[in-house]
Design a protein around this ligand. Structure first.
Ligand code: GDP
Ligand code: IMO
Ligand code: MG
Length: 430
């Protein structure tokens, strides 16, 4: 039985939450493996909207195990406020349906301070982060001075971890004009939340490998998108984690052979929140139309998302890097009513043609998209649940995307609602 990894193939907000929720009916275990509460995944089930940031989207279904893997950075206070909110919506959450890897690094208030201080100091060259402390938390993990979930179980360990952490952060804060950390207050806050958090702590690598042996179906839920990847994204305008499919294995403690099918989530156009290059960005009426029809406002920060035409060059590139086996094409309905639709099929930089986005930032800034034009369609695709319901030009658009990105469509999504989804190939099938 194939385990499935869901990854965003653009700049995030492709509709991963909706697709993970839809697929999770067939899964036993749903695991987050990177990122943190910078993610905003929206599910719409029978008109009820659920917004998830840190919890795997499978949590809303009864009888599924939701897992937060070691590749995630976890803000415990934000986790419990999210749990509370979902419980208010009738979702039951406890150690029998949520587990957290013991070796997961924590995001602390000092990480959020640093994220904001740096963004303020950067002025016009800011990244446009979500301000959630994601970057600083990953830096501390790699810098070997983070506090991990398991460290909360022993006060002596916690003390030594705090010493190491503050020896780094206090001088840094001083340099940025901020006050030193109140160590006693931070320690008290951590000791207070420790028992609540530790009830979910597990050796996730072990449990996941046992699940695998028992033939359970695992669905890995990526956050952000491939173009925000720390290595392959539009650096430095990226997030601080690996957002590619390979991370699903190391981010939960499994070998790469645990991954059976990589499903890339692809929006039928392109959006981006925050700063950085965006070759097909539209600042005209078409861009505005995409933003309005697609309700393109960030789930986490409420910021307006930048919108543009579909960029086949970028998606072909990210599908290759993540080894995408099939895509879920979302928000096709947003393209309804355009007279003509453009697709970016190549780039031109200083008179030279490119079939990929070059790495050098100076070249990325000068990219000019080469467009192909397709006829649009008048009819509505909203809520379509079969190919037969789609107008001929919409099918042509989907087929042309498949050709250009060299990857087949496995799923199509035609509205925010869970069931407005067309299954072409079952990713869980062997
Ligand atoms: P994620 O971060 O990848 O999970 O995506 P977000 O939830 O941040 O953003 C996607 C938005 O589009 C959400 O508001 C979804 O409810 C919505 N959405 C998902 N699929 C579709 C679709 O096929 N059509 C339309 N119109 N909206 C969709
Ligand atoms: P989901 O999972 C879209 C963007 C931020 C910023 C950059 C770095 O909902 O698709 P960070 O706070 O991670 O250091 O910010 O990454 N970003 C996202 N954009 N969707 C997301 O998540 C994002 N998570 C981070 O806007 O440009
Ligand atoms: Mg989102």
């Amino acid at each position: 039985m194939a385990n499935v990894v869901v990854v965003g193939a653009q700049w995030g907000d492709e509709g991963k939450g909706k697709i993970v929720d839809w697929l999770s009916e067939r899964a036993d275990v749903i695991a987050r493996f990177q990122g943190g509460h910078n993610a905003g995944h929206t599910l719409v089930i029978g008109g009820v909207v659920y917004k998830l940031s840190l919890l795997p989207s499978g949590i809303v279904r009864k009888g599924k195990m939701a897992v937060i893997g070691n590749g995630v950075v976890l803000d415990p206070w934000s986790l419990f406020s999210e749990i509370e909110k979902l419980e208010g919506q009738g979702v039951e959450i406890g150690p029998d349906n949520l587990m957290i890897a013991e070796n997961t690094p924590l995001i602390l208030p000092l990480h959020q301070d640093l994220d904001k201080l740096r963004e303020e100091a950067a002025g016009a060259s800011k990244i446009g982060t979500t301000g959630r402390g994601i970057g600083p938390a990953y830096e501390d993990k790699v810098g070997r001075r983070t506090i991990r979930v398991a460290d909360l179980a022993d006060e002596e360990t916690l003390d030594s971890r705090l010493d190491r952490l503050l020896a780094h952060h206090d001088p840094l804060r001083q340099g940025l004009g901020a006050t030193p950390i109140d160590r006693a207050e931070l320690k008290a806050k951590l000791l207070e939340i420790a028992p609540k958090l530790l009830q979910f702590a597990q050796p996730v690598w072990k449990v996941m490998n046992d699940y695998r042996k028992a033939g359970k179906r695992i669905l890995f839920e990526g956050a952000q998108g491939s173009l925000l990847d720390i290595d392959f994204g539009t650096y430095p305008y990226v997030t601080s984690s690996t957002t590619m499919s390979g991370m699903a294995a190391t981010g939960t403690g499994m070998g790469p052979s645990a991954i059976g099918f990589v499903l890339g989530i692809v929006k039928a156009y392109t959006t981006r929140v925050g700063s950085g290059p965006f070759p097909t960005e539209l600042e005209d009426a078409d861009g505005q139309r995409l933003g309005e029809r697609g309700h393109e406002f960030g789930t986490v920060t409420g910021r307006k998302r930048r919108c543009g035409w579909f960029d086949a060059v970028l998606v072909r590139q990210t599908c290759a890097i993540s080894g995408v086996n099939g895509i879920a094409l979302t928000k096709l309905d947003v393209m309804d009513g355009f007279k003509t639709i453009k697709i970016c099929v190549g780039y031109e930089i200083d008179g030279k043609q490119y079939d990929h986005l070059p790495t050098a930032a100076a070249l990325q800034d000068r990219v000019k998209p080469i467009y192909e034009e397709l006829d649009g369609w008048e009819e509505s695709t909203q809520g379509a649940r079969s190919w037969a319901d789609l107008p001929a030009n919409a099918i042509k658009y989907v087929r042309r995307i498949e050709e250009l990105i060299q990857c087949p469509v496995a799923l199509l999504s035609t509205s925010p609602e869970r069931d407005d989804t067309i299954l072409v190939t079952d990713p869980f099938a062997d």
